[in-house]
Ligand binder design. Structure first.
Ligand SMILES: NC(=O)c1ccc[n+]([C@@H]2O[C@H](COP(=O)([O-])OP(=O)(O)OC[C@H]3O[C@@H](n4cnc5c(N)ncnc54)[C@H](OP(=O)(O)O)[C@@H]3O)[C@@H](O)[C@H]2O)c1
Length: 218
């Protein structure tokens, strides 16, 4: 499959690597294809690794993965052109953080969102696409092939389209996620995004950043 990754931060680069390793052709969309780390990534596999603008990556991708800093997300979608997302599955990895870092209690905060979650907001910006919230409740080091001594973590996903969630679940499974929990419609994104606040709080409290969530069922 052809995958367009929007955003070349650590998350975009991690998922580009993982998605390429499971057989996909991947184009990273970025404002600056000249970045050293991106050029090095392209050199690793010139056939399967491509770089382009946000627009080129969204045209390229049959599946699009949104890996943008929240405050730049609307701008990235506008640069890409919303028609280039039409009828596609969009994996929304964003957390709508305000970017100010933790407060004195180790709590990170969300940007003002008019009470919607990032997932709902992205779905509203892209009404003709199938947005699936996924991969946002874990640190980038465990996004691909998560291996923790205490067991397999759970990936929580949400979205309005069952077929899109099925497709994303299959991709997650190939990326090494043994346990994917479909939590419901895109409005549940707000609860999955809240897990990121908890994830950061544990990290700031313990100084450890290798944790992940697990849903125990029996
Ligand atoms: N870091 C993690 O472990 C982690 C875990 C779970 C979820 N997340 C979420 O995943 C997303 C990506 O995380 P990250 O750490 O990779 O983020 P990041 O490095 O802060 O930003 C990712 C990319 O967003 C684009 N961007 C930022 N501001 C922009 C603007 N004003 N206009 C256009 N593009 C802009 C940039 O793309 P280019 O530089 O390529 O132009 C940037 O590389 C975030 O929403 C984050 O909350 C992160």
């Amino acid at each position: 499959m052809k995958v367009g990754i929007l955003g070349s931060g650590v998350v975009g680069r991690t998922l580009a690597g993982g998605l390429s390793r499971i057989g996909n052709h991947v184009m990273i969309g970025t404002r600056d294809i000249q970045k050293e780390e991106l050029q090095a990534w392209r050199e690793q596999d010139k056939e399967k690794h491509k770089l382009g603008s946000f627009k080129e990556a969204s045209i390229f991708g049959e599946l699009i993965v949104l890996c943008t800093q929240w405050t730049g997300t609307k701008n990235v979608i506008e640069q890409a052109g919303i028609w280039n997302f039409k009828n596609k599955v969009i994996v929304d990895v964003t957390n709508p953080l305000d970017g100010k870092g933790p407060d004195e209690n180790g709590r990170v905060h969300f940007a003002a969102l008019n009470s919607a979650s990032a997932g709902e907001q992205v779905q509203a910006w892209l009404p003709d696409s199938h947005v699936v919230k996924a991969l946002n409740c874990v640190g980038n080091i465990h996004m691909v092939a998560p291996k923790l001594e205490e067991g397999a973590p759970t990936m929580f996903i949400a979205g309005n389209d069952d077929l899109a969630k099925k497709a994303v679940t299959e991709i997650l499974s190939k990326l090494g996620w043994q346990d994917v929990a479909d939590m419901g419609g895109i409005e549940i994104s707000r609860d999955i995004e809240a897990l990121c606040v908890l994830w950061y709080a544990y990290g700031f409290r313990t100084g450890s950043w290798t944790h992940a969530f697990k849903l125990l069922k029996k």
